[in-house]
Design a protein around this ligand. Sequence first.
Ligand code: SF4
Ligand code: SF4
Length: 227
Amino acid sequence: MTLPSFFGGFKVTLKQVLEPRVTHQYPKVKREKPPRLHGRHVLNRYEDGMEKCIGCELCAAVCPADCIYVRGADNPPDAPVSPGERYGFVYEINYLRCIHCDLCVEACPTEAITESKMFEFSFVNRADAIYTREELIVDDEGMPKKMPWEDWREGEDKHTSAWMRATSPSGAAAYEGEVQWSGELGYGVRPPEGGQSGKRDDEATGNISIRKVEARKIPRRAGGKVV
Ligand code: SF4
Ligand code: SF4
């Protein structure tokens, strides 16, 4: 090894010392998660509180792990649960099987099933691993219900539908960023996520590069660059 190449290696190391640190003391500290991360599911409701699930069972049909069980039922005429004729009377997801592929989210015609940003949950018995409709459905504020064995941190319960908003009809670029999704209880009609044309709203969708997020928390060191 020549002397210049020897010191050249130190140059690379010293340059990185000045960069913002991106490692964390996990699990004490969790870092910001990407907006499309596939975490624990939620069943969504419309702004008026009605449930979005119509019990069509498409999510159960497409699931490659066979972990969704849905039973539909006719809406009671006097007190309908969903705007459609039917609603999801029984809804279960078995998290001992789920691989978080999000095919159920893509298949759902009403944006009823989406995923939060929380994946830190574990169980000591099989019953806890099978989430019921009552556990999956968002509360009266539109927020996911939190089970005792789940580790929720700030913000992980707010971005529950970015994956659904990332798609466009037939994949046509002309429709990217065009609002084509329904409103959600507690949030209304969410804006397009980052990368979806000029209408992006990074603050609202949580789509900010991890280095920029870190730079806000960690004081910049002399010469450090934020990319
Ligand atoms: S994320 Fe994939 S494996 Fe999990 S319930 Fe949905 S379709 Fe099934
Ligand atoms: S979550 Fe969506 S796909 Fe699944 S049964 Fe309900 S409406 Fe149908």
